[in-house]
Design a protein around this ligand. Structure first.
Ligand SMILES: *Cc1c(COP(=O)(O)O)cnc(C)c1O
Length: 487
């Protein structure tokens, strides 16, 4: 049996604080009261009836939270091959930069002339992102990929409104992230699904059939969510443009193509980036992110406000933009995430960003080639930053993707993305990222092979996995819908 990083060592169980508490126990001692007790009492209705808090000592509280903190799995704990999410290691220097005194203490209401440093960071980051994508202008306003998509769809709507055209449909491939159709629908467009071709990429003829003058354009992801490069992108964007449409590019998978693909030359009009994925900000769990949008110059005037501009040698926030789609939220987005991305880009340099993508693609292809004998490979072609398998070969043993994913947890790995994209039944999508070294990837591959062997030899154990965690298989629907927060 290959050993993963998971060990069964000091596994401490931890009750809820409500179960630990004992009446009268406190975390401090006060001297005896030497003044008379106040007689005035707050009226009952002001006191309300809040929850009963448990009485705990200091050591109870410290141990409780210290133990819980060890239950988290994060990229600082181990390999996290969650496809489509780019869970790569985030260098600590970026954290340090984001915590710099001048940055932490700057206030969003300070005037432009007192915020020159912060504005310079924003302006230069805009410039870097334009260079990396090949696009003309950038807004850092959107606070997530999904908000970038929504800003993009609002720009689509504003563009056609200004032209006096009424169009109400949008083409979206069946492999798209769920946020794509949701963002389009929020802006009043009816998503029309495009079925992917047998090779996992878009069929040019189908796009040509579906694109008409009632359609605002297309929303595509490149590389797509199967980890495949849409090789016909230029033909597809030409078809859309010929019908007067616009092209939205979901750039969440930029980690595969930094410094290699010029999206403007591919015919993309607007795209978003996920700084928290590609540009090294810790993410997951709903924390702050950033989803800047990059546009071609024809759409620049529609970008959200405020815009960060440079006049002579000074930086300013510009609000008087007549065609702008307006504000997306208060202030400037998640500034500290933008600082991390700026620090990441500067510390890497252009050459190393390109190398990052090359290594991310190399690692994914290495995993693909190493596991293809034991897992069914969904598409027979080189992949980009992630590769997609399925449980087709394990079904004869009555073992599913879920069983294998759960067993990986026993070995100390966060499972890959499973059952997504929907076009591959039983999908297992692995994204190793560039930050894993060869030995760690080899260890992951060896463990995965053991799990696959177990599917044949000891299926029952697999169906019961995870066996080494404190909780076994949860009812995931109930856990999400009715979380048990106070015991
Ligand atoms: C993550 C992701 C999104 C959404 O980004 P958020 O920042 O989570 O809103 C959109 N599209 C793709 C392909 C993604 O991987």
């Amino acid at each position: 049996m290959t050993h993963g990083p998971g060990i069964s060592g000091l596994i401490l169980e931890e009750p809820l604080l409500w179960e630990k508490g004992k009446q009268g126990r406190t975390a401090f001692s006060m001297p005896d009261q030497d003044v008379p007790e106040a007689t005035a009492k707050l009226p009952q209705e002001l006191l309300g009836s809040g929850p009963e808090f448990p009485d705990l000592s200091e050591v109870d509280v410290v141990r409780h939270y210290t133990r819980l903190s060890g239950w988290n799995f994060g990229i600082d704990t181990g390999m996290y091959p969650l496809g489509s999410c780019t869970m790569k290691y985030n260098p600590k220097i970026n954290e340090k930069m984001a915590a710099t005194h001048g940055i932490v203490s700057s206030h969003p209401l300070l005037s432009d002339d007192l915020s020159q440093g912060s504005l310079q960071i924003l302006f230069e980051l805009q410039t870097f992102l334009a260079q990396i994508t090949g696009m003309d202008a950038v807004s850092l306003q959107p606070a997530a990929g999904a908000q970038g998509e929504m800003a993009g769809m609002l720009i689509f709507a504003a563009y056609f409104r200004k032209k006096g055209e009424k169009r109400n449909k949008i083409l979206i491939p069946d492999t798209a992230h769920g946020t794509n159709p949701a963002s389009a629908a929020l802006c009043g467009f009816k998503p029309v699904q495009i079925k992917s071709g047998d090779d996992g990429t878009l069929d040019v003829n189908l796009v040509s059939e579906l694109m008409d003058e009632d359609t605002v354009g297309i929303m595509l992801t490149n590389p797509n969510t199967l980890g495949l490069f849409e090789e016909s992108i230029r033909e597809i964007t030409a078809i859309v443009h010929a019908k007067g449409g616009l092209v939205y590019g979901d750039g969440a998978n930029m980690n595969a193509v930094m410094g290699m693909v010029d999206f403007k030359r591919c015919g993309v009009d607007i795209m978003h980036l996920n700084l928290h994925k590609t540009f090294s900000t810790p993410h997951g769990g709903g924390g702050p992110g950033a989803g800047p949008i990059c546009v071609v110059s024809e759409l620049e005037d529609f970008l959200p406000i405020p815009r960060v501009v440079k006049h002579d040698e000074s930086y300013q926030l510009k609000y008087d933009c007549l065609d702008s789609i307006g504000r997306l939220h208060a202030f400037f987005g998640n500034f500290a995430v933008l600082v991390r991305a700026y620090s990441y880009i500067l510390s890497m340099g252009a050459q190393n960003l390109k190398k990052t993508s090359q290594l991310a693609v190399l690692n994914a292809n290495y995993v693909k080639e190493s596991l293809r004998d034991v897992l069914h490979l969904a598409y027979e072609k080189p992949c980009m930053h992630e590769c997609v398998f399925s449980d087709l070969m394990q079904r004869e043993y009555n073992i599913s993707t879920l069983d294998m994913a759960k067993r990986l947890i026993d070995h100390g790995y966060h499972p890959p993305t499973i059952y997504f994209p929907l076009v591959v039944p039983g999908a297992i999508m692995i994204e190793p990222t560039e930050t894993e070294n060869k030995e760690d990837i080899d260890q992951f591959i060896a463990v995965f092979k053991d799990v696959v062997r177990e599917a044949k030899d000891n299926g029952e154990r697999l169906r019961q996995a995870p066996t080494r965690t404190k909780r076994r298989r949860l009812d995931e629907t109930m856990a999400a819908r009715k979380p048990c927060l106070i015991g």
